[in-house]
Design a protein around this ligand. Structure first.
Ligand code: NAD
Length: 356
């Protein structure tokens, strides 16, 4: 395994490996960029097929966190950690304590939160060995940031619909959701409350049944959900779902969902633009969760948190307008805006440092 020449390596500041023989922990922590603050991001536990696959994931996801937090105007850098193992069979108290020690050894450069394969209870065990853990239950709002993520996606979808169809009302609009888990369920709920027609697919029958029975979601085939002739498709399951083939098959005019890293590769952004599909950059629209976690840590009033999440609408508006003006893809514009911002902050920091 090589790190510096790995395909997803993007001048990451820190990549740290742990192999704890006692507990069986094998984990990687990556901090992509700390210009704005410590690298904050989820701790994912997954039975990766190889060490390279785990490295690829942690490099990609930590980079995504840099862009997400910066675009959201948070004083946080991009970080992520992965534990190699099956969360259903390999998780133990000793392993989580060892992960806590591994996080602690980074001295605050990385702050962990829950992610797929880990939950609030696991974070609490890690917190026995480190203070660099967020998203614990004993905060003002409760730990799960998914409703906030879903709310941010909902607001972005309204903005995109307004941009495309000239009116922001989602009443009567049709939306297809891939994934009805933590975020997808709440997104479906907000959409149904707004009067939208919601189609949904999930490979987990319990999650599908809950959305159908409680929210009136219309169940569709998971293999076909992204190909439906609807106004909007919302990927809310896994990453890399937008590739050459799936983009060709899209019939919706808008893609706006919560999943991280929806584009399989950088060229897919241009492909979406060329097909005239309005793609809402994932790291911009799914920032509600990290904004929520940040305000949980600060103990801010609920109103402040909501206002911050609502800025997702303005950010998307700016990206859509700049993309239209310059004929660029929305993804490229959003990334460029973050890079310009980070560069400005770095320059300002240098000036401050030189001034002593
Ligand atoms: P989750 O695991 O609770 O839900 C994902 C759902 O997708 C599950 O119900 C799963 O069964 C389903 N699924 C998996 N493969 C599928 C397939 N092929 N077709 C249809 N359904 C499928 O996860 P979540 O917390 O809801 O997050 C969803 C996505 O949003 C993930 O990509 C996550 O990284 C991203 N995200 C989540 C948050 C958050 O606050 N939870 C924040 C930002 C980004």
């Amino acid at each position: 395994m090589s790190v510096f020449s790995a395909p997803a390596y993007d001048r990451h500041e820190l990549v740290s490996f742990s192999n704890d023989n006692g507990s069986g922990l094998r984990a990687i922590i990556a901090v992509h960029d700390s210009t704005l603050g410590p690298g904050v991001g989820g701790c994912r536990m997954f039975p990766y097929a190889s060490e390279d696959a785990a490295l690829h994931d942690v490099l990609r996801l930590s980079r995504g966190m840099t862009y997400k937090s910066a675009m959201a105007g948070l004083p946080l850098g991009g970080g992520k950690s992965v534990i190699i193992g099956d969360p259903r069979s390999d998780k133990s108290r000793d392993l989580l304590l060892a992960m806590g020690e591994f996080i602690d050894a980074q001295g605050g450069r990385y702050v962990a939160a829950e992610d797929s394969g880990t939950g609030v209870a696991d974070m609490r065990v890690m917190a026995e060995r480190t203070r660099w853990v967020s998203g614990l239950e004993d905060n003002r709002y409760g730990g799960d940031p998914s409703p906030s993520t879903a709310w941010g996606v909902f607001l972005a979808m309204r903005t995109a619909v307004h941009y495309r169809f000239g009116e922001a009302d989602l009443k009567g609009r049709s939306v297809a959701l891939q994934g009805l888990g933590h975020v997808g369920y709440y997104l479906a709920k907000y959409l149904r409350e707004a009067g939208a027609e919601v189609y949904g697919a999930d490979v987990n029958v319990d999650n599908l049944r809950r959305a159908v029975e409680e929210l009136g979601v219309i169940a569709v085939d998971p293999a076909k959900v992204l190909e439906l002739a609807v106004d909007v498709v919302a990927p809310c399951a896994m990453g890399a779902v937008l590739d050459e083939r799936s983009i060709d098959a899209l019939q919706a005019g808008i893609v706006c969902g919560a999943a991280n890293n929806q584009l399989a590769s950088a060229v897919d952004a241009a492909h979406l633009r060329d097909r005239g599909i309005l793609y809402c950059p994932d790291f911009l629209v799914n920032a509600g969760g990290i904004i929520d976690v940040h305000h949980q840590r600060l103990g801010s009033p609920a109103e402040e948190r909501s206002q911050h999440i609502a800025r997702i609408e303005d950010n998307l508006e700016r990206v859509l307008q700049r993309a239209r003006t310059h004929g660029l893809s929305t993804h490229d514009v959003a990334e460029a805006m973050v890079e310009e911002y980070l560069e400005e902050v770095r320059r300002a920091n240098l000036v401050l440092a030189a001034a002593g």
